[in-house]
Design a protein around this ligand. Sequence first.
Ligand code: NAD
Ligand code: UD1
Length: 343
Amino acid sequence: MNILVTGGLGYIGSHTCVALLEAGYNVIVADNLCNSKEETKNRINQITGKELTFYQLEVTSDYAVEEIFNQHEIDGIIHFAGLKAVGESVEKPLVYYYNNIVSTMVLARACQKYGVKRFVFSSSATVYGDNKAPFIEDMKLLPTTNPYGETKAMCERILTDIAKAYPVFSVALLRYFNPVGAHESGLIGEAPNGIPNNLMPYVTQVAKGKLEKLRVFGNDYPTIDGTGVRDYIHVLDLAEGHVAALNNLKEGAHVYNLGTGQGTSVLKLVKAFEEANGIKIPYEIAARRPGDIASCYADASKAERELGWTATRNIVAMCRDAWNFEKTYRKHGENTKKVLMLF
Ligand code: NAD
Ligand code: UD1
């Protein structure tokens, strides 16, 4: 079966390509490399001993996407391609709305034109906004505080409406919690450019001595130790969740949380990292980060019930593999991000 994976050389996409190839799927990747490197293709091939097909192209272009459909019989699409930096989305809303929404519509249109019935979409727990955790799929969604989050909510809506009108279209809307970690080989992982915004890549760079200390954003939240609580999920579990979603698609649009169901505070994650890797992480308490919520974790029971999927890797494995990638990756050199188009 041929699966088109957009954004397949990015962080989550690359791990999912590994899982798909290992599950016996043929993988065709479309990625414009705006936040990834072509070298990742070789790493995926090296890990799996199999070959994926790669097209460097713009998923917002009908013309470019149709080239793929003219070359291959596509049986399903996993759509990862998107821009994901929350702060940047506030500064460049048009870039975010255009990229994330147009790419989804271009692919949906290609599905109709070429009779593709299977579609898996990368959504985010951010669509729950300030609801009270644990987040459950049928909660009323609350507004997010940034254009990035809005693009996810809008794409969910667009795909749901299409599936209502054309019930043969089977869509899984996967709401990821906080993906961390890397493939245990250390060959692929998350390599953000510049100073990371997210906690785990920040911690690994402190461990490496590239950054002096972690700033813990707030210790006065109503949580176990006052610091923010999140549902960290190993990226390999997340990747396997995509294979499960693809294998269990049913007609209509269906939402699934992909999380562990466990909340971990910032200080607990720091402690787990120190214990897993034997490295001290210096930190200081700083002000709350605007837009942050106190607690975000999943009710992950629907994915278990309907997809037969559950996350199996614990926080120690996440910390160990994140650090292993940071050590290994830096030996291979820094990422080279292309400058995004400016509006
Ligand atoms: P990533 O930036 O590592 O990967 C995205 C990939 O898409 C990159 O390789 C990039 O080059 C490519 N891309 C972007 N726009 C494109 C376009 N117009 N045409 C072709 N390729 C394009 O990000 P990721 O962390 O792997 O995230 C994958 C998806 O999951 C994104 O849609 C993101 O919004 C969503 N998501 C991520 C997280 C997270 O914490 N990483 C959480 C929730 C949801
Ligand atoms: C971020 C995004 C969110 C996205 C999610 C998963 C923001 C504002 N939100 O959220 O939209 O869906 O990633 O990709 O960027 N923290 C520190 N110090 C740091 C970094 C983080 O204390 O240097 C804390 C945060 O306050 C939070 C926790 O660590 O409590 C996790 O932060 P982060 O990794 O950025 O993820 P999210 O806040 O969940």
